[in-house]
Write a protein that binds this ligand. Structure first.
Ligand code: ZN
Length: 467
């Protein structure tokens, strides 16, 4: 059996003014992709051929020319290496491209054109992907993450390949049940580690029996994309049509019925209110999410508003991670450590939501990493500000230890995230989420949507629906 692996994975916030570029992607080709698919060795009787996979930091709408080039490279690889028994597509599912209404449908449809109808196509998705009938028509198999915050990316990719190999071996083209749900919650409200998300997601295992129902998924969808396909979805794959539809209906109904119970999981409020809450907390360290400028949701990560408020509140020892500002990093490198320096921080990538902040401080540390690029720890009063040459989100403790920083040595740790990622969930003595200005508004109901289907909960609250 000959199986190709390829994909384009990016999450695009259409409300972000900063376009996604080629430089936002890590592009891996051929054998360089094997470490991303260590599970492929579990199928020694298959000829597993990675072509190219590109994955990006979440951002704004992807430039058409970049998308076209990535797509064409994958199609060229598929044409050259074919014919294929199967294709595994390593996707995210919330890509938005200039001039395309449904970018994944365009990409997966083009792959289908090249590999033909007898080839099976299996995709792995983030649960924040947005599906459509056009996408489902082109796929034979699809499976999505079951955890948010995400802890099962590798497991999900492995499952997508396992399902593909299983169906190829058995000569099965599975039945597909796809139920769009008129429900569109921000990721911060639909976590799987707190109720009701935990119980709803636990039902996925219950509906799979490995035969009649081979797999099932529940997608929260991606809120910050104003597109007709943005909504939640339940789906199931199986050999028995009635059982497959019944499984998808169980998941859709469970999610819909719990809709009023989804909350943020942590205290939230306006920025000043949240800073006051953090100052009043008896915890040794409070993690404060600057959720409006959440880089993992696609925001620019250079809105300095919360930094300005922290300084204005004269907070005790605080860490602000971080701010994307290549010019400021350059100025710090030119000045060197310990020199007093005046900088205009941020407000350049996303001038819609942020204005530059003038500060005077000192360079505490200069650091250059392969993945991170050049970084600076810049101290302004009691706040250590991490300045990044490249846009990046702080999602792991390793990113801080690379800089020689222990977040728990600070009273307040401000991160440009919505919910805390697993490393921080594990250690945070206290956590608060500020509904701060930026492209990723934690209350999407307040944003100007035009294209999403209506009625849609929570934009509309007074309507009935059943799967
Ligand atoms: Zn996600």
């Amino acid at each position: 059996m000959k199986i190709a692996a390829a994909g384009i994975a990016i999450e695009c916030a259409t409300f972000s003014p900063l376009p996604s570029e080629l430089s936002d992607f890590e592009v891996l080709r051929g054998d360089a992709l094997l470490p991303r698919y260590p599970f492929a060795t579990a199928h020694p009787d298959t000829d597993f051929v990675p072509i190219m996979q590109a994955h990006a930091v979440p951002g704004g709408v992807l430039r058409r020319s970049v998308y076209d080039a990535l797509k064409e490279e994958i199609l060229t690889g598929l044409r050259a290496g074919g014919p294929w028994d199967g294709v595994y597509l390593d996707m995210h599912g919330a890509m938005a491209v200039d001039g395309l209404e449904d970018a994944e449908a365009d990409f997966i449809g083009a792959v289908r054109q090249v590999v033909g109808t007898s080839c099976l196509i299996s995709a792995s998705y983030d649960l924040h992907g947005n599906l459509s009938a056009a996408i489902m028509d082109q796929l034979d198999l699809i499976t999505a993450y079951r955890t948010a915050p995400h802890e099962d990316a590798l497991e999900t990719r492995a499952r997508a390949l396992d399902l593909l190999v299983k169906c190829l071996r058995a000569g099965i083209r599975p039945q597909k049940a796809f139920i769009p749900i008129p429900l569109l919650l921000s990721g911060e409200r639909a976590m799987t580690i707190v109720e009701p998300g935990r119980s709803v997601y636990a039902k996925i295992d219950d509906v799979i029996d490995g035969e009649a129902v081979l797999d099932a998924s529940l997608l929260v969808g991606f809120t910050w994309a104003d597109q007709a396909r943005s909504q939640a979805a339940a789906l199931a794959l199986g050999t028995d049509s009635a059982a497959t539809w019944a499984a998808a209906r169980v998941l859709a109904a469970a999610y819909w019925e719990a809709r009023h119970e989804f909350g943020f999981g942590v205290p939230t409020g306006g920025t000043d209110e949240c800073i006051e809450m953090a100052l009043a907390s008896t915890a040794s360290t409070v993690f404060l999410s600057d959720s409006g400028d959440n880089v993992t949701g696609g925001a620019a990560g250079d809105v300095p508003y919360v930094l300005e408020r922290l300084l204005s509140h004269r907070v005790p020892k605080a860490l602000y991670a971080g701010l994307a500002d290549a010019a400021a990093v350059e100025a710090c490198y030119a000045a060197g450590p310990d020199a007093p320096l005046s900088l205009s921080l941020g407000g350049k990538l996303d001038p819609v939501h942020g204005v530059p902040l003038s500060v005077t401080g000192t360079v505490v540390k200069l650091h250059e990493g392969e993945a991170s690029g050049r970084q600076v720890v810049f101290r302004v009063d009691n706040v250590d500000v991490i300045l990044n040459e490249r846009r990046q989100a702080f999602t792991t403790l390793a990113q801080f230890s690379d800089l020689g920083i222990d977040p728990l040595s600070y009273r307040i740790v401000c991160l440009k995230l919505g919910y805390l990622f697993p490393d921080f969930q594990r250690i945070a003595p206290d956590a608060i989420m500020a509904i701060s200005p930026g492209a990723i508004n934690a209350q999407p109901e307040t944003l100007p949507f035009h294209k999403i289907q209506r009625p849609m909960f929570p934009f509309d609250r007074d309507f009935n629906w059943s799967p």
